[in-house]
Design a protein around this ligand. Structure first.
Ligand SMILES: [Zn+2]
Length: 391
């Protein structure tokens, strides 16, 4: 074997054997999915595909057929109909166990705010596949649960802070979806107590008149975010790609620049999630501000074989101590698996190119892989060896 080939094997072994922490992920659906339900879950769009088109005909769909089919005992590149039929034949429990265990992830930090029927919670995930899990709490969900009770507007801020403290006690981080609810161009300042009481009064009146308890008021959202910062826990912020409930141009992480500066020195790390297609802008923010971290969750699955390009673009400017791995998988356990496959493939490709060109040493490539796969997450979320549930 040539020296180059031996070095490539060593780099591939390094990436394959490095433990992986998925710092932002959701549950998997514990239900059997019809072919049309599976295809509907294989896209971020909440609209039906145009007549005659299949969501399998995408970077993600090709990747599922290439990498996931073999875990269901099918040949690589099996057709979409063969794939969904075999998935139904095996049943959701077997399918989910194979993909979750096959991901090689050693710790899932599970965000529990986006729930639906049959979605496995952190305990359900770890019982199914034996992988350690910890919880990340969504701020807006805590507020919406509180608003559904008979809370008074004058007590809203205090009771929210108490409810958050109770939930945060067993969580490793918090998450906000302000990008969905008001856009990232909200006023970055802390609202006054009087503003919060007035905004809570309006929102609670709407709910009691029959409106759904869905928080979109920018004053209350700002209160939630600052209450989150005040806990000192890592705060995950949705940026970039998402479903059409989002206005993507208002999810550009650069819109957070003033908030980032206002929260410097708070002690709370900010984790910019997803970021795509603004991952280069996010990389700049992580480069410029000591408490800002980045990932390309969701993009690492949905861009399929092109994930290597996306990860390489993130690593152009983001300091290597600021990059974390996330799949942002939700629903299909294929996404929990594919995120890991494509992340490892991207790292393998990037470090092989750099090391064989002589730009990076093998030792430096090794340190980078360990940082972005596990060590950065362990440091930011203060994960020791024993946090999280393991059933
Ligand atoms: Zn997510």
């Amino acid at each position: 074997m040539s020296t180059d080939a031996a070095e490539r094997d060593e780099l591939a072994d390094l990436v394959a054997s490095t433990p992986l922490t998925d710092h932002h992920v959701h549950g998997a659906i514990a239900a059997d999915l019809s072919p049309s339900a599976f295809e509907a879950a294989l896209t971020e769009s909440d609209r039906p595909a145009p007549s005659g088109l299949s969501t399998f005909d995408s970077s993600l769909g090709f990747a599922v057929r290439r990498w996931c089919a073999p875990l269901l005992d099918l040949d690589p590149h099996a057709s979409g109909p063969e794939y969904t039929a075999r998935r139904l034949e095996l049943g959701h429990e077997t399918v989910n166990r194979r993909f979750l265990a096959g991901s090689g992830v050693t710790h899932y930090l599970v965000e529990t705010g986006h729930h639906t029927d049959h979605l496995l919670d952190p305990g359900g995930l770890s019982r199914l596949c034996g992988i350690r899990t910890s919880e990340v709490v969504r701020l807006e969900s805590v507020a919406e649960e509180l608003a559904a009770s008979d809370v008074a507007a004058s007590n809203f801020a205090r009771l929210f802070d108490e409810a958050l403290a109770a939930r945060a006690a067993s969580a490793v981080g918090l998450k906000t979806i302000v990008a969905y609810r008001a856009g990232l161009d909200v006023d970055p300042t802390r609202p006054s107590p009087a503003q919060v009481t007035a905004a809570a009064g309006s929102w609670l009146r709407e709910i009691r008149a029959g409106a759904p308890a869905r928080l979109t008021d920018p004053v209350l959202l700002r209160h939630l975010i600052w209450a989150g910062v005040d806990t000192g826990l890592p705060l995950q912020i949705h940026t970039g790609i998402g479903d059409p409930d989002l206005r993507l141009h208002r999810a550009n992480p650069l819109l957070l620049t003033e908030f980032i500066e206002a929260s410097e020195g708070s002690g709370a790390p900010l984790l910019l999630l997803h970021c795509y297609p603004y991952h280069r802008q996010a990389a700049y923010l992580s480069h410029a501000y000591p408490h800002v971290y980045v990932d390309v969750g969701l993009a690492v699955t949905f861009t399929g074989a092109a994930a290597t390009t996306v990860v390489a673009e993130l690593l152009e400017l983001a300091p290597f101590g600021k990059v974390l791995y996330s799949s942002d998988a939700w629903g299909l356990s294929e996404l929990h698996f594919l995120g890991s496959v494509q992340w490892r493939s991207a790292l393998r490709s990037i470090i092989t190119t750099r090391v064989t060109a002589g730009d990076w040493s093998l030792d430096d490539a090794t340190r980078l892989v360990r940082m972005v796969s596990e060590e950065n997450a362990a440091r930011v979320y203060r994960l020791g060896g024993t946090e999280g549930s393991l059933s």
